[in-house]
Design a protein around this ligand. Structure first.
Ligand SMILES: CC(C)(COP(=O)(O)OP(=O)(O)OC[C@H]1O[C@@H](n2cnc3c(N)ncnc32)[C@H](O)[C@@H]1OP(=O)(O)O)[C@@H](O)C(=O)NCCC(=O)NCCS
Length: 169
């Protein structure tokens, strides 16, 4: 398999990324795999970004000056401060080039090497085989099925809860 595209870099998202993040969130494939609503506006995207705290880490994958992927890692408060909740997506036209793998690697490295998070968790729709395989390759395991987790394209869809533990007996 070819390596990830040359020049691909992972960096922190910033306010200047609002238009790119908004257009990414409006892509049908991105919406299909996530909880994004249709018709995202730049204003709502800006508000979403502005509400982030020091415990919210939003990374973008950038290729040739364009944002091609988005990944969030959200440290939980209080007695769940060892937990990070993770979400991500790649631009529809840029899939299957290794970008998701690189982006997930960036999120996991941030969690392991800089935040000392011990449990990373996420939910993924049961029919999102590509995402499930991606997470399993990075050490996430299935913990259970969440019935009728979300409404998507006129149907309720189940989700799988997945987690990756580190240094927990
Ligand atoms: C899930 C998602 C993030 C994966 O992103 P991606 O960039 O396609 O991921 P990768 O390219 O690293 O890996 C995907 C597949 O492409 C393959 N691949 C990677 N590099 C490749 C290359 N150069 N050539 C061909 N195939 C390649 C991988 O082996 C993997 O194959 P598999 O599906 O058989 O396991 C992406 O599909 C997505 O954004 N989906 C919509 C949003 C979403 O579902 N997010 C997850 C919410 S839980």
């Amino acid at each position: 398999m070819a390596p990830p595209p040359a020049g691909l870099k992972v960096r922190a998202a910033s306010a200047r990324d609002v238009p790119s993040v908004c257009s990414l969130s409006n892509e049908p494939g991105y919406r299909w795999g996530t909880l994004r609503m249709p018709y995202q506006t730049e204003e709502a995207t800006a508000r979403w970004l502005a509400a982030f705290t020091a415990d919210d880490h939003l990374l973008v994958a950038e290729l040739d000056g364009e944002v091609v992927g988005l990944g969030g890692l959200h440290r939980q408060p209080g007695r769940r401060s060892h937990v990070g909740v993770l979400g991500m997506g790649v631009r529809d036209a840029c899939r299957r080039r290794g970008i998701g793998t690189v982006l997930l690697g960036g999120l996991v490295a941030l969690a392991d090497d800089w935040l000392d998070l011990r449990r990373l968790e996420l939910t993924v729709f049961v029919d999102n085989d590509t995402a499930i395989r991606l997470y399993e390759r990075s050490g996430f395991v299935r913990e259970g099925v969440l019935r009728a987790y979300a409404y998507r394209s006129g149907h309720f869809v189940d989700a799988i809860s997945m987690a990756r533990l580190r240094g927990i007996p």
